[in-house]
Design a protein around this ligand. Structure first.
Ligand code: FAD
Length: 402
């Protein structure tokens, strides 16, 4: 059996699968996934924005959508902001979502997906990369795409430092609950420090009064365990909830300063590309995958596989997200350093600013003269409210000057 490929991808999550989907069909590609079934087990709250869907899955009927919500509630202690967000957010079925991309990879691109295949080692050698499976089998490729998720250790094997500090990790616990008090149209974030220290609690409605109900705390903080905090909150707020499934999880943030080396690109959660504040990582998994595929398609047509050539991948990623991800990370650092009093002030200001507002997906799509005016109007309106709040303004100025 020929074990030589143009591209070897490790990890059959959103990042690995989407990269495969975007690689040209003429190349020979193989994906290794350690689990037996693509998309399972689901360890995610399954929230994505409509913009992500539009950007990456323009066509088709999207059979993986569970629920579309239209309201956002942000809580902090006794305060809450209720915001109308028609058409902004979706809850997907992660298992169907990954199977949907995997089917495209197999049927449209004719690429091989090997499940139940745990990659234990990777090496960059003179004119190829080599991966070794748990059963000792070796495979060779011209390019290696590492998309092995949050527990990633393969980047270190090829000389990319991906060690993560505890302060950059969220320890999570999630339950899937059924409760008549879960509102299908409303997504909830609770930032109260005693509820989720250094993080937040979420209620993401799946439809039919079911919710992905979980919380994430900053791992370095000395506090109660996430499952204990979650159970306390559930007993108080959803006392009659039926727990359908529960699991722990982890999210790491602080995007790698170097996401490539000779012949290798690191994607999605392996590159710590999740949003530093929300911990949402599906969008950035797809974004990094898209750029990795662009670079792979172009590099494979030539003979230069050097780190210098592959660095185009990081340039594309940084052009796309580095400003926002850096600012989000700085805001997270500021929030972690704030005293409880400062946090009270910050969230009171933010909640006052957003409560009662209506934010529509189309407000941000500048596809017409009319919508451009609408967006400018919204920004002016927002800036007007902001100027009245000296505290929030100070935080934003500090972030801009950092
Ligand atoms: C509790 C929780 C809730 C979350 N909720 C959301 C949310 O609502 N919205 C959102 O956008 N993000 C959410 N996230 C984050 C999101 O799940 C990740 O950012 C996303 O899955 C990243 O995709 P990925 O492809 O990079 O990694 P993964 O989805 O982790 O995929 C990596 C794949 O690689 C496989 N693998 C790992 N090592 C190997 C190996 N050595 N050999 C072969 N295969 C391997 C794994 O089995 C896995 O299938 C949540 C995370 C947690 C923990």
């Amino acid at each position: 059996m020929d074990k030589n490929y143009d591209v070897i991808i490790v990890g059959g999550g959103p990042a690995g699968l989407y990269a495969a989907y975007k690689i040209e069909k003429s190349f020979k590609v193989i994906i290794f996934e350690k689990d037996d079934v693509i998309g399972e087990p689901i360890l995610c709250a399954e929230g994505i924005s409509t913009n992500t869907l539009k950007l990456f899955f323009k066509d088709g009927d999207h059979p993986f959508i569970r629920n579309i919500y239209s309201k956002l509630k942000v809580k902090y202690k006794d305060l809450e902001a209720n915001i109308d967000i028609p058409g902004r957010g979706l809850i997907i079925d992660r298992s169907k979502f990954e199977k949907y991309i995997a089917n495209k990879v197999k049927e449209e691109n004719n690429f091989e997906i090997k499940t139940g295949s745990f990659v234990v080692d990777a090496k960059v050698e003179n004119d190829h990369v080599k991966v070794i499976l748990e059963n000792g089998e070796e495979y060779f490729g011209k390019i290696l795409i590492i998309a092995d998720g949050v527990e990633s250790y393969l980047p270190n094997k090829v000389g990319i430092n991906s060690v993560c500090n505890l302060v950059d990790m969220y320890s999570c616990y999630q339950q899937i609950i059924h409760d008549p008090n879960v509102k299908d149209e409303e997504i909830i974030f609770d930032f109260t420090p005693s509820v989720a220290p250094g993080g937040y609690l979420w209620v993401f409605p799946r439809g039919n009064n079911e919710a992905n109900f979980g919380l994430g705390i900053t791992s370095s903080l000395d506090c109660e365990k996430p499952y204990k905090l979650l159970n306390e909150y559930r007993e108080k707020n959803y006392p009659n909830a039926k727990i359908l499934r529960e699991f722990p999880g982890c999210v790491s943030v602080n995007q790698l300063s170097r996401m490539y080396t000779d012949r290798v690109m690191v994607l999605g959660d392996s590159a710590r590309a999740a949003d530093p504040i929300t911990g949402g990582g599906i969008d950035n998994a797809l974004r990094t995958a898209n750029f990795a595929a662009i670079v792979a398609n172009s590099v494979l047509k030539g003979k230069d596989f050097s780190a210098r050539r592959i660095s185009q991948y990081q340039e594309l990623v940084e052009k796309d997200n580095s400003y926002s991800i850096k600012k989000q990370y700085q805001l997270r650092e500021m929030l972690l350093k704030m005293s409880e009093e400062e946090k009270d002030q910050f969230f009171t200001s933010a909640i006052n600013l957003f409560d009662g507002k209506r934010i529509q997906s189309s407000d941000f799509e500048l596809h017409s003269f009319k919508s451009s005016f609408k967006a400018i109007g919204m920004v002016i309106n927002f800036m007007g409210s902001l100027l009245k709040d000296k505290y929030l303004l100070k935080i934003i100025m500090r972030l801009m000057w950092k």
